[in-house]
Design a protein around this ligand. Sequence first.
Ligand code: ADP
Length: 324
Amino acid sequence: MSDVKIKKEILRFFYENKNEYVSGEEISASLGFSRASLWKHINKLRLDGYLIEAVPHLGYTLKSTPDKMYAYDISRGLTTDIIGKQKIWHYESLKSTNNRAYELAEKGEPEGTLVVAETQTSGKGRLGRKWISPKSGGIYFSLILRPDMESDKVPVITLVAAVSIQRAIKKICDIDAGIKWPNDILIDEKKVCGILCEIKAQPDMVDFLILGVGINVNTPLKKLPAEATSLKNESSRSVSRRKLMRQILTEIEKDYIKMKKEGFISLREECKKLSTVLNKRITVKEYSSSFEGIAKDIDEKGALIVKKKDGSRKRVFSGDVSIR
Ligand code: ADP
């Protein structure tokens, strides 16, 4: 058994017997370990920050768990088939989870591989912008996907992921967030989550795709840019990062499979309903130029349809949108 699996199995005993003592004999017999080997693994869990008390004749009890995104804690109770079901790479600190996932994908790691970090020192936004990733309380992850799709269809993946994450936030925190085309999730116009898709592609087909996500979960506002908010700030209570992470992976898997089978059309209505820009007067900045208009639609390829002042309609595939 791998270390991750052993830790997960031991923790299962504690979680199934909350506030009770579990005998070392019972755990070791069930896992087929010697008592000495169990002791060794209990100590490894303690080094990870689990407060495990041992009382002679009674056994072990779990007093508290660390607020970490360890692989075995994310995978516990995760019922997906692909997403998050391959290896989960957990790091205390990375420059960027997208960069690490990209390296792993190049080495051939399969679809569904997950990279998670407690903090990023150079978290990435679009166009070389930074995603501020403080240690306290955010979720920063990147997923390796290997969709059999043409490169020009990639923008819809960002929108699909936004729909999945919005739904996970609704289910876990009961907050109604909106999607700001193309890659942000907002609560009352404040940014709570950013998505950054990066691809490696052959001339027309996608080789692999890295879906990167940053979410302000319990992050103190003073550590974030002024235009940001956190889920804790919006719901006035701490949110379990691991629970939210599992829900996000579950929703992404459901929507990703749906999208591959039926296309973006199956999620387009939900995406439009959640959009914060549709029917608003907006300014779109593309490279060096910008124009104004009214956001009218999100089409089947994920492009934003903007009606310009002269009545003409323009399809926008990427750009910075601001509401006027
Ligand atoms: P946008 O989609 O808004 O154009 P990006 O997706 O490129 O922006 O994300 C980077 C921008 O997001 C940064 O320039 C900054 O304004 C903002 N930002 C950076 N870190 C955070 C964060 N943790 N929470 C909310 N907003 C952030």
